[in-house]
Design a protein around this ligand. Structure first.
Ligand SMILES: *Cc1c(COP(=O)(O)O)cnc(C)c1O
Length: 403
């Protein structure tokens, strides 16, 4: 039996849109203004200097000194670049199952002619490292050429400790390349490309970097560059060898100029705050959101999708609805009555969950406003829950502020 759902009025709500999607994310005003730049010749020395600064800044955020290749494409383009540059037809990949995005990356690999072996996982608990080690240890012939790990699974709200995947490769003496999707973790919580010896890190512009959608990138280790030289999958737009011959060492074609004016400003904001403080802010906003959802879960209310506290993500919280209640009705009420946008359930989670993004340009009042609107939407849709979720978030944030 489904409860009576709310019918919001047809007129658009007033006031600022509170945007709590886990990507794209809020764009700071100064970044928006910086992007408003007329075209320049991307080979011009002035632009090239700004571009080179941006790439250097991106490397600091990735914590790498290695090569970074950029593409005019959303994150999917960088996924494709990571596969076509490294592998040959029929090569085997080990995909660590996390959720909708690991499934998407795996399907892309199959479509490109690769064989995908999966380490299955409970989407709510995350992959067991023992299962990763077992899969690697069983592969005595080293048929597995790459291990793919989604650092933050944006559909489920679980993170995957990439450094533990590195340890599993080391312990089993397995030579496979390590690929990490950092699209919704980079500049939100810690990622260390070189220290964790990640061979390819995949990232995009519109999540933690607080930019419009439009470019993505891969950082590439020397070991991965060596694999690239042997790899035989067809490639053209994403071909790293072609890029190395260009002045920008990236972009087969026109550079998305406006985004680099924006990137310079977003890197300035991140480094002015300090990466560690950026991470601390994400951690404290995430704790408050989880405190709120945990309170709601009383009376058989909505609960945290993540059941493994060590893996709950600092950039997105996925909220599981009680059976018989539609997450889309709650999202519709929040958006159409209160101008608060949340993320919907992806793939098989559609209708069962909604997602509160807490990454990028976000602070306490924005989180409180979002949680307040969602709590009203729960009431208006007759969704059972324990009251006091927002109060629990206020308590958590106050404790964090006291330190
Ligand atoms: C958003 C996202 C992608 C896809 O990126 P697009 O920019 O939408 O193509 C891939 N992986 C993860 C973890 C993401 O969050």
């Amino acid at each position: 039996m489904t409860a009576q759902t709310d019918t919001p009025p047809a007129r658009k709500p007033r006031g600022r849109l509170f945007f709590a999607n886990p990507g794209p994310t809020n764009i700071p005003d100064s970044v928006l203004l910086a992007c408003a730049h007329n075209s320049v010749d991307f080979n011009d020395d002035d632009f090239f200097a700004l571009y080179a600064d941006c790439v250097a800044g991106l490397k600091r955020v990735l914590k790498t000194r290695q090569e970074v290749f950029l593409y005019t494409a959303s994150g999917h383009g960088a996924w494709e670049a990571s596969l076509v540059n490294l592998f040959s037809p029929g090569d085997r990949l080990l995909m660590l199952e996390t959720g909708y995005f690991s499934e998407g990356w795996a399907q892309m690999a199959r479509d490109l002619g690769l064989a995908v072996q999966t380490v299955a996982a409970d989407w709510r608990r995350g992959v067991e490292m023992a299962a990763v080690r077992a899969a690697l240890a069983a592969d005595r012939a080293h048929a597995i050429k790459g291990v793919c790990a989604v650092h933050n699974e944006t559909s489920t709200g679980l993170m995957l400790p990439v450094e533990e995947v590195r340890a599993a490769l080391d312990e089993t003496g397995h030579p496979a390349l390590l690929l990490a999707d950092t699209i919704s973790s980079l500049a939100s919580f810690d990622f260390r490309m070189d220290e964790w010896r990640v061979d390819v890190a995949v990232g995009g512009s519109q999540k933690g970097l607080m930019l419009p959608t439009g470019f993505s990138f891969t950082a590439v280790s020397e070991k991965a560059m060596a694999a690239h030289r042997e790899a035989r999958l067809p490639r053209h737009y994403f071909n790293w060898t072609n890029m190395l011959g260009r002045r920008h060492r990236s972009f087969v074609g026109t550079v998305p100029i406006a985004l680099f004016y924006g990137l310079k400003e977003s890197l300035r904001l991140i480094e002015e705050e300090g990466l560690d403080q950026v991470f601390a802010r994400h951690a404290r906003l995430a704790r408050a959101v989880r405190a709120c959802v945990q309170r709601w879960s009383g009376n058989d209310g909505p609960r945290l999708f993540c059941t493994n506290p060590a893996r709950c993500s600092d950039s997105v919280t996925t909220v599981l609805m009680p059976p018989g209640h539609d997450a889309e009705a709650v999202r519709r009420t929040a958006l159409q009555r209160f101008n608060v946008s949340t993320g919907g359930g992806l793939g098989r989670l559609g209708g069962q969950v909604f997602r509160i993004g807490h990454l990028g340009d976000l602070n306490e009042p924005m989180v409180i406003g979002t949680l307040g609107a969602v709590e009203m939407a729960l009431r208006l849709n007759g969704v059972p829950h324990a009251p006091g979720g927002v109060e629990a978030a206020l308590g958590s944030l106050t404790d964090s502020a006291r330190g």
